[in-house]
Design a protein around this ligand. Structure first.
Ligand SMILES: Cc1ncc(COP(=O)(O)O)c(C=O)c1O
Length: 430
């Protein structure tokens, strides 16, 4: 009898029993190279000895306090650390939650409150991208364009203005012009902010906007009096080669959601970071921030995240993401030269994505299965011009991966791709 609900109700999932470094071992003793860090999460690898020691120590001292009764040194130190790693220490305030969805939804609530407390209650809309994923709760899903994930709940989702332009095919001017047009059409007095993933992950297979894009978004937000909210849940904490992917564009947002690599799989934790000026009207007004969860700022999770950030810094993992990511990227480009069914290869640091030919049925799911058989985990993502095709995958191993482990990853992926090639029958279908 199965009691634990997993996504595909008809499938039986193998159970993982242990994990170390970049490898996960299943109940039959087979090892898998974690080429996607789970869901782009386990950035420092599994069973990191420092994490285990730190969390054991934490368990001996303090597990939980409720945030309206006590603060904790763990939460305070983590917020301070996040400020220190942010550009020019701009993200000076942190609100802790438990998942990326909660972090983006908290960003929405903080933005609404920011405007309300200045008497601008009409500023309620968010501009977001058609190709985007910001979370599965109803608020964060309302921001998300991810068709598969939103279609069943469409009736309950607030409909926000959507950016339709293509980040790769349309010019920088066209993309910025579209934002201006939406603001003109809706009226800036109705827009609370714009919410963007710096590099579109699950909903686009690592799409990068053109150089100069975020500098122009920042300038536009200031000029049109709207907030710039960055969803760095997937891109943050070193994965792209910088603590924040927006750093690649020398840009800071007003509010930033982070998650995934913050707890790096050791504890559920995410955060909504903000510049100091965002809290000012709220402090002057009601003085009460209206969001939060029972487990917000959980000392155990905060201790885990603090240790994760110290490991990322001491092991110089953002720089390693850049260095090893470029090796990985070259290998993926090599595969693209070899196989006609790979349409696109892109990304930054250790967040790399490929799009497969959308006209060949089930190519992506077959590849993910073949890789799994080879003992390699890759992450299925969507692509296509309208972002509705199940034809992408992400390669995003732990940033602690070694060069020889990268070779092994490439070897396994190469075998899976060549088996896939052999399975494509004469008419081009599987
Ligand atoms: C960019 C982005 N934002 C938000 C989320 C939601 O995070 P979570 O699954 O932790 O709720 C995700 C998850 O994939 C994501 O990729």
């Amino acid at each position: 009898m199965k009691h634990n609900i997993q996504p595909l109700l008809g499938s039986s999932y193998l159970k993982a029993v242990s994990a170390e470094g970049v490898y996960i071992t299943d109940e039959n003793g087979k090892r898998y190279l974690d080429g996607s860090s789970g869901a782009i999460t386990c950035s420092i690898g599994h069973s990191h000895p420092r994490m285990i020691a730190r969390l054991r120590d934490q368990l001996d001292r303090l597990q939980f306090v409720y945030r309206s009764q006590f603060g904790s040194f763990e939460a305070e130190s983590l917020a301070e650390k996040l400020c220190l790693i942010s550009p020019d220490k701009k993200y000076s305030r942190s609100f802790f939650v438990n998942s990326g969805s909660e972090a983006t939804e908290t960003a929405m609530k903080v933005a609404w409150q920011y405007w309300q407390e200045q008497g601008q209650s009409d500023k309620v809309k968010f501009i977001a991208r058609r190709k985007s994923y910001h979370g599965i709760t109803l608020g964060s899903l309302a921001l998300s364009g991810h068709k598969l994930r939103r279609q069943r709940f469409e009736h309950t989702l607030v409909q926000f203005p959507v950016l339709q332009s293509d980040m790769e095919d349309d010019t920088l001017d066209e993309q910025i012009e579209e934002i201006e047009q939406i603001i003109d059409h809706e009226g800036s007095h109705t827009i609370a902010g714009i919410v963007l993933e710096p590099i579109v992950g699950a909903a686009g297979s690592a799409i990068m906007p053109p150089p100069g894009y975020y500098q122009l978004v920042r300038e536009l937000c200031d000029r049109r009096d709207i907030l710039f909210i960055a969803d760095e849940v997937l891109t943050g904490m070193g994965r792209t080669g910088e603590y924040f992917a927006l750093n690649h564009w020398n840009t800071v947002a007003d509010i930033v959601a982070i998650g995934k690599s913050l707890g790096a799989g050791y504890a559920p934790i995410a955060a909504t970071l903000m510049q100091g000026h965002i809290l000012e009207p709220i402090k002057r007004g009601s003085g009460l921030i209206m969001s939060g969860h029972t487990y917000s700022g959980h000392p155990f999770s905060c201790a885990a995240a603090l240790e994760v950030l110290e490991i990322i810094e001491e092991e110089n993992l953002p720089a390693k993401a850049t260095e090893l990511g470029s090796i990985l990227m070259e290998e993926l480009i090599e595969f693209q030269r070899k196989y006609d069914f790979i349409n696109k290869v892109r990304g930054k640091g250790m967040l790399l994505g490929c799009e497969l030919d959308p006209d060949v049925r089930a190519l992506q799911s077959r590849l993910v299965d073949l890789a799994f058989e080879e003992g390699l985990l890759i992450y299925p993502s969507v692509g296509g011009r309208d972002g509705s095709k199940q034809n992408g995958f992400l390669v995003a191993p732990p940033l602690t991966i070694s060069e020889s482990e990268i070779d092994e990853l490439i070897g396994k992926l190469g075998t899976a791709l060549s088996k896939l090639q052999n399975q494509i029958v004469i008419d081009g279908q599987l």
